[in-house]
Design a protein around this ligand. Structure first.
Ligand SMILES: [Zn+2]
Length: 498
């Protein structure tokens, strides 16, 4: 008899809530039907499958082994595409500019079910698939895998309110094309390599000289639009005298050309909606109101429709910890940035938005809920918190390894981690590991930025040092991990006023 016989019978009878099995975990919210075919997600030996019973095209199109009439379908791309074809809600979608959205990049590919339970019933939509190229490289994943993780979680939870898929911080055109070909519904264009902040440090005369090397037609275009003109935006006057204009043209001119090029080439005529986000946040200095206005005005006058813009705010948005900086100043600037976004009709986007509890109320208030807040690594930290709670010895090994390899990771991140402030491991009892380390900024950042190093670490035989045990532990403690996410990400949503 197939090990799934009893489950298959319950599926046929349409009653999956009461299934009891020692060896198979059932996800009752996934129970679905199309024609005579019924589907149900289960997990056995830490691997999830979709079981299919009945007869019809959906059954035939799914890939898997048939055991006594039950098809056991692995969670692979081919099966994701079949789900997408039969069940609309499993397809990622664009959201446009009128709703609150939360970027919930699921770094490990196992956080989306918890994320879904967090947003359930809240007035905020999840961008469940959201990874940058750097993240997928460090975690040995690809964009298909990222989409699979999100889609199968949506199916598992029977979540029908819609989710998005963000090709995050893309800089290269081939990556943009690849994401859109796969069905991603949001593109975050990272313009940092086209933004030339070096002109801020040279003299006015040098700037003028540089500016005069631009083609005459280009200079004429900018001068006729901005020079000595004052614009009223969001209750503020923005004036472009000669030097202000030259500075903005030199810093952002090439970036704006690139944004327009990407929009025209890949998005405008795609035939489906895409949430096109412009990111100008990865720069050394905060985005001045003139700069934000200049970029937006240029884009709109060139016919580029934008979903959201991520300026660089004052203060520091370091990974995994609260806002560092002058909150009053942040509020003043938020009024202008949110007002600008409102005037042009797009949403304001906040990057490295995880754990910025002290400024969430300000963001929620001034954007009037029209925000996109990106979180990414915080679900990894909650996974580590769960491991610290349920498998202290594994946490200790990972913590020690992170300390030894911190400086390799620190080269890639802007963090001010002070390792000397982290309590030594031998002074912390097992029961206190999670609170001691996961509630303390320096330890959080230590673990936050070493995720790639930890997950890729291997012993002399080439076997994974932590990854296998880490994922197995989380699989065994799926509910605990979900509860950690509901609590932590839920606090984000509450403070954002949703
Ligand atoms: Zn960013």
């Amino acid at each position: 008899m197939s090990k799934y016989q009893a489950i298959a019978e319950a599926m046929q009878q349409g009653d999956v809530a009461g299934i009891l099995s020692d060896s198979v975990k059932v996800y009752p919210h996934s129970f679905e039907q199309s024609g005579n075919v019924k589907l149900l997600m289960v997990k056995q030996d830490h691997t999830k499958y979709i079981l299919a019973v009945g007869a019809g095209p959906l059954f035939d199109e799914l890939t898997g082994e048939v055991e006594n009439g039950t098809k056991v379908c692995p969670l692979v791309t081919a099966n994701r595409l079949v789900l997408n074809k039969y069940f609309d809600y499993t397809v990622p979608r664009a959201f446009g500019t009128q709703s609150s959205t939360l970027g919930l990049g699921d770094r490990l590919g196992i956080a989306s079910a918890g994320h879904i339970k967090t947003v359930l019933g809240k007035d905020v939509r999840p961008i469940l698939a959201q990874q940058s190229i750097r993240e997928i490289t460090l975690t040995n994943r690809d964009y298909n895998d990222v989409l699979n993780g999100a889609c199968f979680a949506v199916f598992q939870e029977g979540y029908k309110d819609g989710y998005g898929a963000d090709g995050d911080h893309l800089k290269v055109e081939s990556d943009i094309k690849m994401s859109l070909d796969l069905g991603f519904t949001m593109i975050t264009l990272d313009c940092s390599e086209k933004i030339d902040n070096s002109v801020e440090t040279i003299s006015t005369a040098e700037r003028e000289q540089k500016y005069n090397q631009l083609p005459a037609a280009k200079r004429k275009h900018y001068e006729s639009r901005y020079r000595d003109k004052t614009f009223e935006v969001a209750g503020n006057s923005i004036t472009f005298d000669k030097d202000t204009l030259i500075i903005n043209v030199l810093i952002y001119g090439e970036a704006v050309d690139f944004m327009e090029h990407v929009y025209v080439t890949y998005i405008k005529d795609l035939g489906r909606a895409v949430d096109f986000e412009i990111s100008i946040d990865e720069t050394p200095s905060p985005t001045a109101p003139e700069a934000h206005f200049f970029v937006a005005k240029e884009l709109y006058s060139r016919g580029v429709t934008v979903y959201s813009m991520a300026p660089r705010f004052c203060g520091e948005f370091q990974k995994g910890i609260d806002y560092i900086g002058d909150i009053e100043q942040f509020e003043k600037e938020m009024v202008i940035h949110a007002g600008l976004a409102d005037d042009f009709g797009y949403k304001l986007s906040i990057h490295s938005g995880s754990d910025k509890f002290s400024v969430f109320p300000i963001i929620g208030q001034y954007t009037k809920g029209r925000f996109h807040v990106k979180t990414a690594g915080t679900n990894w930290l909650e996974a580590v918190r769960t491991v610290a709670q349920v498998k202290p010895e594994l946490y200790r090994k990972m913590h020690k390894y992170s300390l030894e390899h911190f400086h390799e990771a620190a080269a890639y991140y802007h963090v001010t981690t002070d390792l000397s402030k982290i309590v030594p491991l031998d002074q912390v009892k097992d029961a206190d590991l999670a609170d001691t380390y996961m509630n303390e900024d320096n330890a959080r950042q230590l673990i936050h930025i070493t995720y790639g190093i930890l997950l890729q670490a291997k012993d002399e035989q080439g076997d994974s040092l932590f990854a296998n045990e880490f994922f197995r532990t989380l699989s065994e403690n799926e509910e605990a991990y979900e509860q950690a996410l509901i609590k932590h990400i839920g606090r984000h949503i509450d403070l954002l006023g949703k």
